[in-house]
Design a protein around this ligand. Structure first.
Ligand code: WT7
Length: 567
């Protein structure tokens, strides 16, 4: 049984006030996530406790106490304020998982500015659309990523500063370029935190949809109320835990549960900034005595592939609680983890827009391998009929997931996109865009997405974004991008392409186009396969029918083709 009480006990008389009280927050009072993640923990007598243990390439390691986190984030906050950054300005974090990313996030929030984290593997085009949409004023990055920013800076009039944390003094700085060398400057002990309130914007995360450019999901400081309590109740993080969230803060898991959750609890967390290898991961767990581990199905499947024998070479008895998010966690993975770690992975379901875990396997609750679990207390969830948007009362029937709006970490808006935001609500329900059924015990069983977005290894890729980028290649006439099945990543990107006259579709052409997308967008968005076709299936109005191509890839029935003519 969990030390935090059973799921049923927690459901009874649940109110978000439980979280507010634990955080000493009262409605109408100031609330600043940056303060909660550092200053408050120091005030609680934990200034000397380790906040962050970081490991980079070649055994490079850095440890920060909560007092270090407080002072370094003050330092970045003061630095930004001195540059003229004001509350409400968007400041982008564009870095690998280095300490400055975590500290910068906390520092930005202390100034009242909005943190806009972007995945450091993004190419210049992915970066450009997100910075342009947000009207970003400053970007903090590493010298290795700076060239991608320099390439687009002239097209971004709002972008006033390119701040480099590891600048090479031998290289002259451009007019808009600044340096920030946190490890060789005096740290600021006292910083006046900007008075933010519940509804003050905090974080802007970009997420991909089926149509149009990525949307900026706007969160507010009050999201802490959800993030804190779910970290405690679902991830089961306790004061003496050594926690490891494997997600990159370029994505929401890496901020909600890789920064805000663990730091606001005053836990010790570990970060590993090296590429994936099963051996390195096990070594990391063993070395730091990790107790709570939050990861993703693709990583778990890769670990499974590395075999059971490898696991026995390490002492992983430190692990107490394992959780997963991002894509369907197949029952085999849950059963495997129980076998090799002696503990199952607890699946959790949520998305960028929800800001925190919505449906999950709660510690102490019976796990049904393959099910996402049950709604977090305070979350009203159902599946609705896709036509009427009325809740489906029968168990086992597939419908669209619906959440009753009003939980603290719900997005407040898509940046500059009121219409798309409003379209996410139907009949009073917030629609995350996923299909599921609910069994007779209230467990949710994920079925699939309700759109064409590709979920590759837990990362959403918009077919529209890849198709648009493909069209920018001189050889491409038309394209359609769909998912295709993959053993490890569940889905990967596949492109169907028709070429312009004079170009021939062969292995070389395929490689050139693949690299073009990898550089422009990201390795995630790069098609793993390009099939050259003479033409693409279209509706009478000329719309490309991705559905037909996708069904073929998945070996599914194509279904009603009358819509092929008109859709
Ligand atoms: C989409 C959200 C916040 C988590 C990181 C991804 C899919 C998420 C699960 C799960 C099946 C899942 C959904 C969701 N998804 N968790 N446990 N089982 N599917 O955040 O990039 O906003 O993606 O990922 O389709 O809508 P995101």
């Amino acid at each position: 049984m969990s030390h935090i009480g059973s799921y049923d006990e927690r459901l009874r008389d649940f109110s978000w006030e439980i979280s507010e009280k634990e955080l000493d927050y009262r409605p109408g009072k100031e609330i600043n996530i940056g303060w909660y993640c550092s200053d408050r923990i120091c005030l609680q007598g934990k200034a000397e406790k380790t906040a962050l243990i970081w490991e980079g390439l070649m055994g490079h390691e850095r440890k920060l106490t909560y007092d270090d986190l407080r002072k370094t984030s003050n330092t970045i906050g003061q630095y930004l304020r001195d540059l003229g950054i004001e509350a409400g300005d968007r400041v982008c974090l564009f870095m690998d998982k280095i300490p400055e990313l975590y500290i910068g996030f906390v520092g930005i929030l202390k100034t009242g500015a909005i943190a806009q984290p972007l995945f450091s593997a993004f190419g210049d085009e992915s970066l450009f659309v997100r910075l342009e949409n947000a009207g970003t004023r400053a970007i903090i990055t590493q010298k290795k990523h700076a060239p991608k920013v320099r390439k687009i800076m002239d097209k971004l009039p709002d972008l006033e500063y390119l701040i480099i944390v590891d600048h090479d003094p031998a290289r002259p700085l451009g007019a808009k370029e600044r340096t920030l060398d946190l490890w060789n400057m005096p740290w600021v002990d006292a910083f006046s935190i900007y008075p933010t309130f519940a509804e003050t914007p905090s974080v802007l995360h970009y997420t991909s949809g089926t149509t149009g450019q990525p949307k900026g999901v706007k969160h507010v400081h009050y999201s802490l109320i959800s993030q804190y309590l779910t970290t405690k109740w679902v991830l089961d993080v306790r004061d003496d835990d050594i926690y490891w969230c494997t997600a990159d803060p370029g994505w929401v898991t890496g901020t909600s549960y890789g920064i805000i959750g663990p730091f606001s609890m005053g836990a010790t967390q570990c970060v590993m900034d090296v590429g994936f290898s099963a051996e390195a991961w096990y070594k990391f767990i063993e070395k730091h005595r990790i107790t709570v581990w939050y990861s993703a199905p693709t990583a778990i499947r890769s670990l499974m592939k590395a075999g059971n024998e490898l696991v026995t070479r390490f002492d992983l008895s430190c692990l107490r609680h394992l959780a997963s998010v991002g894509e369907p966690l197949n029952s085999e993975a849950v059963i495997w983890s129980e076998k090799v770690f002696g503990k199952p992975f607890y699946d959790t379901y949520w998305q960028t827009e929800t800001g925190s875990i919505m449906i999950s396997n709660y510690p102490g609750m019976k796990i049904k391998p393959g099910s996402m679990g049950k709604p977090f207390p305070g979350i009203e969830a159902c599946v609705v009929d896709p036509k009427t948007f009325e809740p489906i009362p029968e168990s086992g029937k597939i419908g669209l997931i619906g959440f009753k709006p009003g939980w603290p970490s719900m997005m407040r808006m898509y940046w500059n996109n009121e219409t798309t935001y409003q379209n996410k609500f139907k009949n009073g329900w917030y629609m995350p865009g996923d299909r599921s059924s609910i069994d007779n015990e209230g467990y949710f069983w994920f079925v699939g997405r309700d759109d064409d977005v590709i979920n590759t290894g837990g990362h959403l890729v918009s077919p529209f974004e890849v198709e648009s980028a493909l069209l920018e290649n001189e050889m491409v006439a038309e394209s359609a991008v769909v998912s295709k099945p993959d053993d490890i990543n569940m889905e990967v990107v596949k492109a169907f392409v028709t070429l312009k006259p004079g170009f021939e579709g062969n292995k070389d052409t395929e490689l050139v186009i693949m690299n073009f997308i990898r550089k422009k967008l990201s390795p995630l968005a790069m098609p793993q396969e390009i099939e050259f076709v003479p033409n693409l299936p279209k509706t009478r109005s000329g719309k490309i029918m991705r559905r037909i191509l996708k069904a073929k890839e998945w070996g599914e029935e194509i279904g009603d083709t009358s819509t092929l003519e008109d859709d």
